[in-house]
Ligand binder design. Sequence first.
Ligand code: ADP
Ligand code: MG
Ligand code: MG
Length: 211
Amino acid sequence: MELDAQWAAAWMRDAAVSLSDNRQRLIDLDRAIGDADHGENMDRGFSAIVEKLDADGVPATPSDVFKTAAMTLMSKVGGAAGPLYGTAFLRGAAAVAGKDALTADDVAAFLAAARDGIVSRGKAEPGDKTMVDAFSPAVEAAQTAASAEASGPEALDAAANAAEAGLAGTEPLIARKGRASYLGERSAGHLDPGAASTALILKAAARAAGE
Ligand code: ADP
Ligand code: MG
Ligand code: MG
């Protein structure tokens, strides 16, 4: 499928279903090393994005869909994740502004800008046991795919698989950012909830593209 505005909207809808299906799992992950609200936060935020798309219709470009997502997440989701994902979608939207459909290079540029937005807002580095540990490998995988002449959907699929591997890699890490960092060494031995939601969101992007 072309990575156009219809795809971007389908991505948001698929992500909303996936985050709703995984609400309890994300709550349980956040209960272990945080405050048990990540599933609720993400479910509420993406449901609100779908409501907005239902009410206003699908905007003209993928960038416009991402802007809608960003504004909605910033206004409806508190805590750490709302502003971080909001910034990610806002920066990602700017990186692909004006494009009717995204190429693999655009996918890589979108993801890199989104990741950079998360990093500039939250100051986490790779290895700090945050969503950055799922997002960064996804960026690298998309860039590699784009360099190898992959299609946009293939780049998304590579990114989603890399995010999933990045999520698995958070388990042994000691958290250095966010609530989980209060636990120090006791945060080791658990997956990071934000990395888990990132993996779900990127998997939804690939699925919506037919990969
Ligand atoms: P809160 O911790 O405020 O309850 P959530 O539970 O919704 O917010 O989100 C927690 C997730 O946010 C963490 O699992 C982590 O992935 C991510 N996170 C927290 N702080 C940061 C940060 N400074 N940089 C990047 N990601 C962060
Ligand atoms: Mg929480
Ligand atoms: Mg909270």
